[in-house]
Write a protein that binds this ligand. Structure first.
Ligand code: IVH
Length: 677
């Protein structure tokens, strides 16, 4: 039947064509047709299969590996953010951690029950179970939004697709760490430097069939959203999910005293190398979940947990050269280029020397044999010099007093300690090409504009090609020129265009963080955004006269001090900075800052505290006020709505001042009533 053979021919041609482009995209990483053209081709094949059953029977489409999830992973907002952990490196740090917790909760030296688990060095993922059925699996992403990697997660053996128990809450989000066993990794090809990278690469495979070839494993360690909440402690949570067939780490246990913390840390460090998975420390968590809730989070990490890291891995090597690096705040950091050496599974060829004083103190010279160490994700550092191996002709290293841009550098006098800073800085801001490039990397980073596909390496590449020299250039990219760069195809360009377009809508706090004012991190950016509320108000900082007035007012903000104010002043004093930021603003749609809780008990109210409370610390009170939409000020002024007076030693003059200014006074008992109402 000619008709039939024609159809078959047509079908096979299309299949061959799809195979070819599939290969360009997946194997050569160099697509030749757009996303849409690819999708259209696939659709045509699907339609033919639908229309002619004999084609469906051949089943050629489904055999094309990778053809299915062509688009990048779907982005999905996390039900609750996936945070990082703060680190402890010594028992002293652990002591501080416990003290911080007791202070926050206002518990005087009470023993806090902790739960201790190994910190698995893998890739985090979150699993969402609705009525016991696994419906979603997301990567961490930027912590706020993850990627839908369910297909890939489903390839993990022993990962429950269904919770059979009747007790499972309606909604349960299980957080876990995905890893590749050391033994399995040793059998893999050399494509990845370590098991962690291999696990990451595997989870990000666009084709789940490829992921399935790699034996991924996982440990569940925590939860995100749970409704209704049925757990009371971390220990109980892990025990329960273990019964529900989740993998939990067998080395986890409850501890309470500092002594037990240290013993556990030492014992597990000793068996570390014999485990089949990499761990880089222990995580200590407050066991009681109601206390965890009260402790809450800072912008990046929970207050109720800490990672107590194992000691760093060390190695001996030789310094080939000492180079200077310029950071985004102008800090001049000396970096030792060393003979490549394997430090605990990672090949290292650069190590930081911190600053001029450090080189002077340790008398570090080019040609020296040195010990270097690497701890976790931190940049490796030079620990000590073996002077016995030093060449007789070696010369002291003279630290350059100029930045790579040629400008003079200086050391700042600290306002608080009245001492000269150890770090030398270039103060040219965006006028220094080296600082400008680093500022661009910060601007596009996850926590700032978050432009996928425009990472550090691409910024370097585009900078060298004169495509991006300042922030606003990002939005006027010459894509014709990019098309000709190796590694850039239509698909990656389209994705970049999409990501750039998406980044143009940004909240005021993220914008303030993005422009990279020294001393203004995420937390301070939020405080400032809460103060200015809109970009129109923030823009008043550009005008010299307004600026002075505004800066005086900033001192009222709890968390903003002289250092931050000075830094904002310096930033806006620099004409290049202001021109560049104005150009950037013209490309963006900056949304007004909305407090998370605009219908809270204190929404749009300004509060101040004096005196101590019986049941909560000042920090907790501040957090509670902010979570209820309030803003906490550090001094009394007409702007204040409430002065909250704790029973324990309130400052009398503050109460007097508040009375004179007719500010409402809330006593401790009323404060408790409001919170419980
Ligand atoms: S608890 C931050 N427990 O470490 C929220 N994390 O640096 C609480 N990790 O994203 C995390 N093992 O991917 C926790 N036993 C463990 C862990 C663990 C590994 C990872 C996890 C997290 C990262 C934080």
């Amino acid at each position: 039947m000619p008709e039939r053979s024609k159809i078959l021919n047509d079908y096979k041609k299309k299949i061959e064509n799809l195979k070819k482009h599939n290969n360009y995209y997946y194997n050569e990483d160099s697509p030749k047709i757009s996303d849409q053209e690819f999708d259209n081709l696939k659709k045509e094949i699907e339609n033919l299969e639908k229309k002619y059953f004999f084609l469906k029977e051949l089943n050629l489409l489904s055999k094309i590996v990778g053809a299915t999830p062509l688009n990048k992973f779907k982005k999905i907002k996390h039900l609750s953010p996936m945070l990082s952990l703060s680190n402890a490196f010594s028992l002293e740090d652990m002591k501080d951690f416990l003290k911080r917790i007791c202070n926050f909760l206002n518990l005087k030296n009470k023993q806090i029950e902790l739960f201790c688990e190994p910190k698995i060095d893998g890739i985090s993922a979150t699993l969402i179970y609705e009525k016991g059925i696994l419906t979603r699996g997301l990567s961490r992403g930027d912590g706020e939004t993850g990627e839908d990697i369910l297909e890939n997660l489903l390839t993990i053996k022993n990962l429950p697709k269904k919770i059979l128990s009747k007790d499972a809450p309606n909604l349960l989000e299980v957080r876990c760490e995905v890893y590749i066993g050391k033994h399995d990794f040793s059998k893999m090809s050399d494509k990845f430097a370590n098991p962690r990278n291999a696990a990451g690469g595997s989870l990000r495979q666009k084709d789940a069939k490829e992921t399935a070839k790699i034996p991924l494993k996982y440990f569940a360690y925590g939860f995100g959203k749970v409704s209704p909440m049925i757990f009371n402690t971390q220990n109980e949570f892990l025990k329960t999910i273990k019964k529900w067939k989740f993998e939990t780490n067998p080395l986890s246990k409850q501890v309470d005293t500092l002594n037990k913390i240290e013993i556990n840390h030492r014992e597990i460090e000793q068996i570390r190398s014999s485990l089949d998975y990499d761990i880089d420390g222990l995580v200590f968590k407050v066991n009681d979940l109601s206390l965890q809730k009260r402790l809450g989070n800072t912008s990046n990490s929970p207050r109720w947990a800490i990672a107590y890291k194992f000691s760093a891995e060390k190695a001996i090597t030789k310094i080939k050269d000492i180079m200077i690096q310029v950071g985004r705040t102008g800090a001049i950091t000396p970096v030792a280029k060393v003979d490549s050496v394997n430090v605990g599974g990672v090949v290292v060829s650069n190590a930081t020397l911190h600053n001029e004083d450090e080189i002077e103190r340790k008398d570090i010279r080019i040609g020296d044999t040195v010990q270097i160490q690497r701890a976790g994700d931190v940049i490796p550092q030079v620990v000590s010099v073996d002077k016995s191996k030093r060449d007789k002709n070696s010369k002291k290293f003279i630290f350059p007093d100029k930045c790579l841009c040629g400008s003079k550098t200086s050391k700042e006098l600290s306002k608080s300690t009245k001492k000269l800073d150890a770090v030398r800085r270039c103060t040219k801001g965006y006028s220094c090409n080296y600082i400008a490039k680093e500022k661009l990397k910060h601007l596009v980073s996850k926590e700032a504009l978050n432009i996928d596909g425009l990472g550090k390496k691409v910024i370097e590449q585009f900078w060298d090609l004169n495509l991006i020299k300042e922030p606003s250039n990002i939005f006027d990219l010459n894509y014709k020129q990019i098309e000709n760069i190796e590694g850039w195809g239509e698909l990656s360009i389209n994705n970049l265009k999409k990501a750039i377009k998406k980044s143009q809508i940004i909240s005021l706090d993220k914008f303030i963080y993005s422009i990279g004012i020294r001393h203004i991190g995420q937390e301070n950016a939020k405080i400032l955004a809460g103060f200015f509320r809109s970009i129109q108000e923030f823009s008043k900082l550009f005008d010299f006269k307004n600026r002075k007035k505004i800066l005086i007012n900033l001192i009222d903000l709890d968390g903003i001090g002289e250092t931050q104010i000075q830094s904002i002043e310096n930033f806006f004093f620099n004409k290049t900075n202001t021109r560049i930021i104005e150009d950037l603003m013209n490309k963006l749609n900056i949304k007004d800052y909305v407090t998370q809780n605009s219908d809270g008990k204190f929404s749009n109210k300004k509060l101040m505290f004096t005196g101590g409370f019986k049941d909560m610390s000042r920090s907790e009170a501040k957090e509670v006020a902010e979570n209820n939409g309030g803003k906490v000020l550090g001094s009394i002024s007409k702007k204040l709505d409430y002065l909250v007076v704790g029973d324990s030693k309130p400052t009398k003059s503050k109460i007097e001042q508040a009375k004179q200014l007719k500010i409402k006074i809330i006593l401790e008992k009323d404060w408790n009533k409001i919170l419980n109402s």
